[in-house]
Design a binder for this molecule. Structure first.
Ligand code: FAD
Length: 486
């Protein structure tokens, strides 16, 4: 009898550098698109632990258990036939011969390479970072080191009054440290808030016991015995037991630079609209990429890039064209949301409702023809934000009077989330539409937010869509309590 032998299909070797949230998101998509049929995946991560939830890093101060942040165990990677190599930094890419080299000298060949190397904190040249008690706020190691160092009653200075700085300051203050934030810009959260809303927020944060100094620059940090002296440009000097730097981030593009790949004007690996670099075998995703004209520093757009590349490897052609920014301040009790063109960089008419006494500020920027919402800021009271944000994202016409949008509770019938089109994307990180969520709620009789998250996977990333999910659930079940809103 004639015997036929079946040649095993030769798989394409995929190497992923970076096992942060976006590298991990790519691994999830690798499973979703069943890429394992055609690709072998090897993942390199420089940190010792498998990918963890950086977005919720601050929870370490309350939970104190690092394992709770791990996104998936090493077993998960093995189960899905991926090779995970943690604690191994890649130091060289040889593009001509298609191999990479680890710090320890081992090499690995690739057919296709994906860079998901993220960012590092920007450290202005004002301090010796080896000085005891001076920290950055980025990794699990950083927060563990801060946690081990701090003692209630100590004085802490946080340099940077952006979202991360505020988050770090709140964690320190809640741990009993007398905390001061120093921000060089005229007001806190200057990339998301205008001066008036920032002033209201500042008062509320100060009421929580955190001191805030704005418009001054830290010139240097000097070690004085076991403490530090923080010296500012206006002559202010603050004594501190510890200093946390949160002065912005820089994309980690060093591997691209050393292998002569094109980068953006201010760094970041330059990629086209499906995240391919100028080398046809190298993709870049997440915070290390310069994509659609900029480097993106939030989870939702970065996760979308992982989706775009995984889909393309599965021969589904998606593109990354940018992802409307939605920023929420978590950790603080105060509700702060900034979306779309919040600061009115384009031509716009600002509609503002401000009530500093009650801590409420609402600004909605509408187009000069008053037909469309361009962006806005919601502080203290976030009612209607889901509708407003989706009116921006999906370019939905304002149906009533634009002024109604800034009244304290603008959930008019026309803007109710249930009236938004079914293909409205609710979860930006996962690209999950209203249709999918509504179907799951109805078909499975879901009544709780955690069930909706579990069934749909919505809200598993930056969690900014949580209140949208609550709104949808409440509208469908007609029960506010069931949606966890009461
Ligand atoms: C405390 C904190 C809170 C945040 N909160 C929010 C939030 O509320 N909402 C939001 O949208 N975003 C938030 N972010 C930002 C969000 O975490 C980032 O957008 C996201 O982590 C980007 O993921 P990434 O995988 O691209 O980069 P990273 O998270 O930086 O991961 C990159 C990984 O690659 C590894 N790596 C780098 N170079 C190499 C190399 N040469 N070899 C091997 N491994 C390498 C790094 O060690 C790192 O583990 C927050 C960030 C922090 C720090």
């Amino acid at each position: 009898m004639k015997r036929t032998s079946v040649e095993p299909v030769k798989k394409t070797k995929l190497v992923l550098i970076g096992n942060g949230p976006v590298g991990f998101k790519f691994c999830e998509k690798f499973v979703k698109y069943r890429l394992g049929k055609n690709y072998d995946l090897v993942v390199y991560g420089e940190e010792k632990t498998p990918a963890y939830d950086r977005i919720n890093l601050t929870k370490f101060f309350s939970d104190k258990v690092a394992e709770k942040l791990i996104l998936a165990s090493s077993n998960w990677y093995a189960q899905h036939k991926m090779v995970l190599r943690t604690g191994q930094r890649i130091v060289e890419i040889n593009r001509a011969e298609k191999w990479i080299r680890t710090e320890r000298g081992a090499t690995e060949t690739y057919d296709k390479l994906i860079l998901a190397t993220g960012s590092v904190p920007f450290v202005p040249p004002i301090a010796d970072m080896d000085m005891e008690g001076v920290f950055v706020y980025r990794t699990l190691n950083d927060v563990q080191a801060i946690h081990d160092f701090m003692r209630p009653g100590q004085k802490a200075v946080v340099i940077g009054g952006g979202i991360l700085g505020l988050e770090a300051a709140r964690a320190l203050s809640e741990s009993g440290l007398k905390t001061t934030i120093i921000e060089v810009a005229p007001h806190i959260m200057s990339r998301q808030l205008d001066a008036d809303s920032a002033a209201i927020l500042q008062k509320q944060i100060e009421a929580l016991g955190i001191n805030i100094l704005t418009g001054i620059k830290v010139e240097r940090i000097v070690g004085v015995d076991n403490t530090k002296l923080v010296v500012c440009s206006d002559g202010t000097e603050l004594n501190a037991d510890m200093v946390v730097m949160s002065a912005g981030i820089r994309p980690r593009d060093e591997l691209a630079v050393s292998s002569e790949l094109k980068t953006g004007p201010n760094g970041g690996i330059a990629v086209n609209n499906y995240n391919l670099s100028e080398d046809e075998n190298i993709f870049a995703i997440g915070e290390c990429a310069f994509a659609a004209g900029k480097v993106w520093g939030l989870a939702a757009p970065c996760f979308e890039m992982a989706e775009v590349v995984a889909a393309r490897l599965a021969k589904i052609y998606k593109v990354f064209t940018g992802n409307d920014l939605l920023t929420k301040l978590k950790v603080m009790e105060v509700k702060v949301i900034s979306f779309g063109d919040a600061l009115g960089e384009k031509d716009h008419i600002p509609l503002v409702h401000s009530d500093p006494g009650s801590g409420i500020y609402k600004r909605v920027n509408v187009s000069p023809d008053r037909q469309y919402v361009l962006g806005g800021i919601l502080l203290g009271e976030a009612g209607g934000y889901s509708s407003l944000f989706h009116m921006v994202r999906n370019r939905i016409k304002i149906s009533g009077s634009p002024e109604d949008l800034v009244t304290v509770n603008p959930d008019t019938a026309s803007e109710k989330i249930t009236n938004l089109p079914d293909d409205t994307v609710i979860c930006l990180c996962e690209g999950i539409t209203k249709r999918t969520i509504v179907t799951e709620i109805k078909e499975n009789g879901l009544t709780r937010l955690d069930e909706v998250k579990k069934f749909t996977n919505a809200g598993s990333g930056c969690e900014s869509c949580t209140s949208l999910l609550e709104d949808l659930l409440a509208e469908i079940t007609g029960d506010q309590a069931a949606a966890g809103k009461m």
